[in-house]
Design a protein around this ligand. Structure first.
Ligand code: C2E
Ligand code: CA
Ligand code: CA
Length: 703
């Protein structure tokens, strides 16, 4: 029953209410109908029974009265007319008897029965008296007949009339009584019908009001709740109401609210959090959600080196583990430093991208930041265990200070400054740098410097230095890398690390490349007679790769100097290929088709994939010197270098280690299978007399 009976459902209430109304109306109809048929019955009875009877009783009285008159006429009639008078009297007598008989068959209540019996008795007396009177009339004794009429017939007839009138009276009364009863019952019915109708109307009104209220009020509550949800208030619930249907909508709304709130939380988490490390992301750092916060005084950028090559050689899982580990260590150092009071509470450590992290924090002074840096370095020292082997973490740090020139800087300016600092940190050996105005000034001055480059090329302020490369198998020189030097007339020696990036930005670098190619080819031409096996590698810029005339210029230069193109190498930085891979690859193929050999420079620091490098027509892989620095003491890095070498060999490439400074490093890379070394251990870059001396000391080529 319980599953059928749902008093809280609006539908049920409506059904019940209207059902009740219909029942009441039916009741009224049935009652009225019954009454109408009853009245019809009563009317019929009245017309066919009561009324007839009344008429008969009335006729009885009339006949009884009439028979007296007829008797008088009989007596007084002459003998020859008596037959007609007899007939009249007899007819009246018969009519009286007929009425009495029919009344006896009909009706009657007890009172009428007894009255009728008395009437019958009187009739018998009248019959005797009548016969006696008739006898006297026939005997022509009028005196005796009159006496008999007066003394016997008339009293009998009077007695009959009395009884007949009593019958009549009683009959009238009973009819009136019946009518009064019917009247009363009719009035009762009218009362009932009125009462039921009033009840039904009241019920209908009550039901209408209740139903309307039970729908309208909860609906208004639902509407209000929906508006609150639309405004982002997910805490308020839709209250339960007395209407089940509305309740269900309300519950659905509550469920929806929870889901929306949950999803919004998820969206906020996704928008402001890095899923890999669980740290806040760049957005959270630059534009934190919620109330605006004061920008931090210090911003540190931490960059995990070699992430790409780790991903490529040891797998993305290892790369991810490394990032997670670095995130965890960095965050732990900052939280601990805040707890110990080294820096202010509430530092925000965020992951920006790849292996780059940023931390915004407040600290009393730069000394505290330096102490923090030492702690970070310590934390990063231990290698990370990744699926059975250990990998070293190598991090570069860039720091920016907001309060250098008094006014606090917005966080995105701080971030840009820290990026500049990180950039120079990557070039500096210590892997750590503060952003300084001087750096910015240097940037600007470098840009102005670049405009002097044109003059430099024309006025022979540039020099080509050569750094020899040695085979690790034979120990013999295999060639050299050409490195540009600039003797600025007023600034003195300018490092290529300082001006090359800016020359690349402005496009002047192609002048430098052409100039260096010219020098290299001239040198090769001079070396060729005694040492045709030696090659010279010239560094190419990304700009050159995108220059459609480059190949033609190289060919012209080679032809001009009559050099075997096999002796020329061109070094490209892998990241340089990514700007416009299609054009770059086409240029590389054209160069290779000319017979020129190509090398990938600074391998392991860029972002291109090994699978992609495999498609390039290169013949040498130069492992960046950051991998070689201290490799003998870093088993994790050794693994990495070994894999890189194996992969290079797998692709048929010669593998060169850059920046070899110690015997231990050399011994290690030799053991790992490296082919060629370049570095201060073998030789510093040479120029002029020193270069000449080196060349002359070379053993003659074994050909
Ligand atoms: P790079 O191509 O990787 O050149 C190697 C750099 O490593 C040179 O610095 C060289 O002096 C330095 N190096 C060699 N052995 C060692 C060592 O054992 N230890 C250490 N710590 N360093 C060593 P350099 O000459 O200052 O050149 C810096 C960068 O400037 C080059 O890096 C190259 O990217 C760019 N560059 C140099 N010359 C040219 C050029 O003619 N054209 C272009 N486009 N870029 C050039
Ligand atoms: Ca190079
Ligand atoms: Ca290099």
């Amino acid at each position: 029953m319980s599953h059928l009976w749902h008093p809280r459902r609006i539908g049920w209430r409506l059904a019940m209410g209207f059902g009740l109304l219909v029942v009441l109306m039916l009741l009224v109809l049935v009652k009225a109908n019954l009454q109408i048929s009853h009245i019809t019955g009563v009317t019929q009875r009245f017309a066919t029974g009561d009324m007839q009877r009344l008429l008969r009783v009335q006729a009885l009285s009339l006949q009884t009265e009439g028979v007296g008159g007829a008797m008088v006429r009989l007596m007084n009639a002459p003998r020859e007319n008596r037959v007609a008078e007899y007939t009249d009297v007899d007819a009246r007598n018969r009519r009286i008897d007929g009425i009495i008989e029919s009344l006896g068959n009909d009706l009657l209540d007890e009172v009428q029965q007894t009255t009728l019996k008395r009437l019958v008795a009187c009739r018998a007396i009248y019959a005797d008296a009548f016969l006696a009177t008739v006898d006297e009339i026939e005997a022509n004794d009028l005196k005796a007949a009159t006496r008999a009429l007066n003394e016997q017939v008339n009293p009998a007839l009077k007695a009959m009339l009395v009884e007949s009138n009593a019958l009549l009276q009683h009959e009238r009364e009973s009819i009136e009584e019946g009518l009064a009863q019917e009247q009363a019952s009719f009035e009762r019915l009218a009362f009932w019908i009125t009462a039921i109708s009033v009840l039904a109307v009241a019920l209908a009104v009550w039901l209408g009001v209740r139903t309307t209220r039970s729908v309208v009020v909860p609906l208004a509550q639902l509407e209000a709740a929906a508006r609150r949800i639309a405004k982002g208030d997910y805490t308020s619930r839709v209250p339960t109401t007395s209407a089940e249907e509305v309740d269900r909508v309300g519950q659905a709304l509550n469920t929806m609210t929870d889901a929306v709130a949950q999803r919004e939380q998820q969206i906020v988490r996704l928008a402001y959090h890095d899923p890999l490390t669980g740290l806040p992301n760049r957005t959270a750092l630059l534009t934190p959600p919620g109330a605006p916060v004061a920008p931090p005084r210090y911003l540190a950028l931490l960059d995990l080196a070699r992430l790409k090559v780790i991903n490529e050689t040891l797998g993305y899982g290892t790369g991810d583990t490394l990032i997670q580990e670095m995130a965890q260590r960095t965050d732990a150092v900052f939280q601990a430093a805040a707890q110990q009071g080294l820096i202010a509470p509430g530092p925000v450590v965020a992951r920006l991208s790849g292996g780059t992290f940023a931390a915004g924090f407040n600290a009393p002074d730069r000394g505290a930041v330096l102490a923090l840096h030492a702690l970070l370095d310590q934390a990063m020292a231990a290698p990370v265990a990744c699926s059975g082997h250990s990998v070293d973490i190598s991090v570069a740090y860039g720091f920016a200070d907001s309060a250098v020139n008094g006014a606090a800087l917005p966080v995105n300016t701080l971030m840009r400054n820290a990026e500049v600092a990180l950039h120079s940190a990557k070039r500096a050996a210590k892997g750590f740098a503060w952003y300084s105005e001087a750096q910015e000034a240097a940037r600007v001055s470098h840009l102005s410097l670049v405009s002097d480059l044109r003059v430099a090329v024309a006025n022979s302020q540039l020099q080509m230095w050569l750094q020899p490369k040695f085979s690790l198998k034979t120990g013999l020189a295999v060639g050299a890398e050409a490195l540009v030097r600039w003797q600025h007339p007023t600034r003195g020696f300018v490092s290529p690390a300082e001006f090359v990036p800016f020359a690349e930005q402005t496009g002047y670098i192609s002048m430098v490349t052409t100039w260096m190619l010219e020098q290299a080819l001239r040198t090769l031409a001079a070396w060729a007679p005694s040492h045709p096996e030696l090659s010279i590698a010239v560094n190419m810029s990304t700009r050159d790769l995108l220059d459609p005339t480059f190949c033609q210029r190289v060919r012209t230069l080679i032809d001009t100097h009559g050099v075997n193109p096999q002796c020329l190498r061109l070094e490209i930085v892998e990241s340089g290929l990514m700007d416009d891979p299609q054009t770059s690859v086409a240029v590389l193929h054209a160069l290779r088709d000319m017979g020129i050999k190509l090398s990938i420079d600074d391998f392991g620091t860029g972002y291109s994939s090994l699978a992609y490098l495999q498609k390039l027509p290169v013949s040498e892989l130069k492992i960046d010197r950051s991998f070689i620095d201290g490799v003998d003491g870093l088993p994790g890095t050794q693994r990495l270098v070994k894999t890189m070498i194996e992969m290079g060999h797998g692709m048929g490439l010669m593998v060169t280690a850059e920046g070899v400074e110690t015997e231990a490093e050399k011994e290690t890379i030799t053991r790992l299978g490296c082919d060629v070394m370049q570095g201060y251990l073998g030789s510093r870059p040479l120029h002029g007399a020193a270069l000449q001396a080196w060349f002359e000391a070379l053993k003659p080529a074994v050909s």
